[in-house]
Design a protein around this ligand. Structure first.
Ligand SMILES: Cc1cc2nc3c(=O)[nH]c(=O)nc-3n(C[C@H](O)[C@H](O)[C@H](O)COP(=O)(O)O)c2cc1C
Length: 217
């Protein structure tokens, strides 16, 4: 059993508390410089120690959120719920693919068993709100990446997946999503089965231009 990192977290800040001023956080920067997902196939599914998931979700939810709409929510799958939801996935899959062979059905049943916990991140925008829906979607994306970073920094293997079932009406209905809600993804959190390897990446300079004042005439 790993030693729990949750004991080293500062207490949850309360409204109006003075927070530490910005300072160089070498460990955070070094982690971001090498951060990588591990695929669900590269993780193992032992349960997370008690309190870890709650702490990870608390960290994930600390995002910029214009006018505090909190346009997202989490649905967690732990323990037996992972296998039970596999039956929902199988049923939805067979609904769309009536001739699916047993091998394909078994894959659907076992999807959530790849990780110790699966978190469904739900985009839950308030379409009537003054804050544009686009900004609300961006906030939800930030929550997903915060969760990926926090889980990785806690020593877990983590992967953000949508796969087919994020876009399936029967699955959305089984999850109780409202008409304005959408699945931003399923974040799989498990124990690392192997070390990650660097993947191909676009370097930031190739994606960056520097604006300057147009020359007159
Ligand atoms: C919204 C979203 C959905 C994704 N869905 C999938 C998916 O269904 N299948 C997949 O292989 N990777 C998916 N990915 C990519 C992986 O999460 C992962 O980021 C990538 O494989 C490796 O990138 P990294 O190591 O830089 O995190 C998705 C990423 C995002 C942001």
């Amino acid at each position: 059993m790993r030693t729990s990192w949750t004991a080293d977290l500062p207490p949850e800040p309360q409204l109006g508390d003075e927070l530490p001023p910005p300072s160089v956080k070498t460990e955070t920067l070094a982690y971001l410089a090498e951060r990588r997902s591990l695929t669900a196939a590269q993780m193992t599914d032992e349960p997370l120690p008690e309190g870890d998931l709650e702490a990870l979700l608390r960290l994930a939810a600390r995002v910029p959120d214009h006018r505090r709409v909190h346009p997202f929510r989490f649905i967690t799958f732990e323990g037996e719920a992972r296998a039970a939801f596999g039956e929902v996935l199988e049923e939805a899959f067979v609904g769309a693919n009536p001739d699916a062979p047993e091998e394909a059905r078994a894959l659907e049943r076992s999807r959530f068993l790849r990780a110790g916990v699966v978190v469904c991140l739900v985009s839950s925008p308030d379409k009537e709100h003054k804050t544009p829906e686009w900004e609300q979607l961006l906030t939800t994306g930030a929550v997903g990446q915060n969760l990926v970073i926090a889980a990785g920094a806690a020593g877990y293997a983590v992967q953000w997946l949508t796969e087919w079932y994020s876009y399936d009406k029967a699955v959305a209905s089984a999850l109780g999503l409202t008409k304005d809600e959408r699945i931003a993804g399923f974040i799989y959190i498990g124990h690392p089965g192997e070390a990650p390897k660097e993947r191909a990446r676009m370097e930031a300079p190739a994606l960056t231009s520097s604006w300057s004042r147009p020359r007159p005439g």
